[in-house]
Design a protein. Structure first.
Length: 406
């Protein structure tokens, strides 16, 4: 392994050495297959761009099943400390049981490091057949709030003393609202926190991204017509940031506004937005939304361009510099060890990571290799099903093909 130096943050700017230490989590299920292929491709892209002048110094840290088997903990403190100290890292998919068991490790990482922005770019690779007629119209970047909403995990199980206490308090403090609970003794309860500060920092990041990337608009996606003081607050606070900090001026009589450079800030009810991304995707560019909405919308958009297997993701705190890039799909345990899984979500997340640390030349090489592989119709099995006349390659052979395209 290359001997490396930590990335640091000085005066609000990342200071990236030529051989930065990058903590990485291999992941569960198909994670080892993905990592074995992806590391070779990422290192080759960096070498193709910079020769021996730059390289990533990988440092494995543990989370998930491997961590539990090794240490007895699902997310050891040593792993959290490595991400805190080294700032920028990447991870494969981690197991999250449904309905009980361990807490979501993904959520724990995001909340523990206060990675308040989940950034999910969605774009189309020419040649992939998708369920929609014009997937090339989809070119969006989702900014999903990462630390609040129902993902805060404040829930009380049906039949528990906590649920009984919560309903007793609600009945005493707000009897009219308590009367709206149809079956109080068999109800689970959840609390949905949405703050002004949490909204402002997310929307600020989305607008700054739109300015930096010369994007035409920012859409605030919410369900404020029903959840007026949480999602409605998100909408109102978002517009306030645009006006107060970026000098946005009203457009007509509605709340829409325009920045001095022409970027439009607008909003859309979440259910209407799910129609919009099918009917008029070209009308939306940067999207700022809450945690649950962002989960739904980013996965729906990924399906329009070829599936979650080519959907990258990043979790970022722009104030501290901390960032964890990740494959956005599940662990796919049935594919573990079979050399069949698609590493593109991880690779495109690595492309985001390379751009984040300022290594744009290597990022260009990486995404260019994927574009060439898709155009050549030499892809993994999941993509081969969507590309007529393609050749299905094992994961390792796909990595070889990508390296050849670099």
């Amino acid at each position: 392994m290359t001997q490396g130096t930590p990335i640091t943050m000085t005066d609000g700017r990342l200071c990236v050495p030529d051989f930065p230490i990058i903590p990485h989590i291999i992941g569960d299920g198909s994670g080892p297959d993905i990592w074995a292929a992806a590391q070779r491709v990422i290192d080759a892209a960096v070498a193709a761009a910079y020769g021996d002048k730059r390289a990533l110094a990988w440092k494995e840290v543990l989370a998930g099943q491997k961590a539990y088997d090794t240490t007895g903990e699902w997310l050891p403190e040593a792993t959290m400390q490595a991400f805190r100290e080294l700032l920028v890292g990447i991870k494969g998919p981690l197991t999250t049981p449904v309905g009980g068991g361990i807490r979501s490790l993904n959520v724990a990482l995001r909340q523990g490091l206060d990675l308040y922005c989940c950034v999910r770019p969605v774009r189309y690779f020419q040649g992939i057949e998708t369920p929609v007629k014009a997937p090339e119209k989809v070119d969006m970047v989702i900014f999903r709030e990462n630390t609040e909403d129902i993902y805060a995990g404040i829930e009380f199980a049906e039949g528990s003393p906590e649920a009984a206490d919560f309903f007793a308090w609600l009945s005493a403090a707000h009897p009219q609202r308590a009367a709206k609970v149809r079956f109080p003794h068999t109800s689970g309860f959840g609390i949905k926190p949405v703050s002004r500060e949490g909204t402002e920092r997310l929307v600020r990041a989305a607008i700054e991204y739109a300015i930096a990337q010369n994007r035409p608009c920012v859409t605030l996606v919410h369900k404020g017509n029903i959840m007026k003081f949480t999602e409605g607050g998100f909408r109102d606070w978002g517009y306030a940031v645009a006006r107060r900090e970026f000098g946005a001026q009203p457009i007509g009589d509605g709340p829409w506004c325009r920045l001095p450079n022409g970027i439009v800030v607008k909003d859309c009810i979440c259910d209407a937005f799910l129609q919009e991304i099918l009917l008029h995707p070209q009308e939306h560019s940067v999207v700022a939304t809450l945690n649950l909405n962002g989960d739904y919308c980013s996965d729906a958009l990924a399906a329009q361009v070829g599936g979650i297997g080519i959907a990258p993701g990043a979790n970022i705190n722009y104030a501290t510099g901390h960032a964890v890039f990740e494959a956005t799909h599940g662990t796919a345990p049935k594919l573990a060890g079979l050399d069949k899984v698609n590493p593109c979500s991880f690779l495109l997340s690595a492309e985001m990571m390379l751009r984040y640390i300022g290594w744009g030349e290597a990022a260009d090489r990486l995404v260019g290799a994927i574009e060439k592989a898709v155009a050549a119709k030499t892809v993994t099995a999941d993509l081969a099903e969507m590309i007529p006349g393609s050749t299905s390659l094992p994961t390792s052979a796909f990595a070889d093909a990508l390296i050849a395209h670099l």
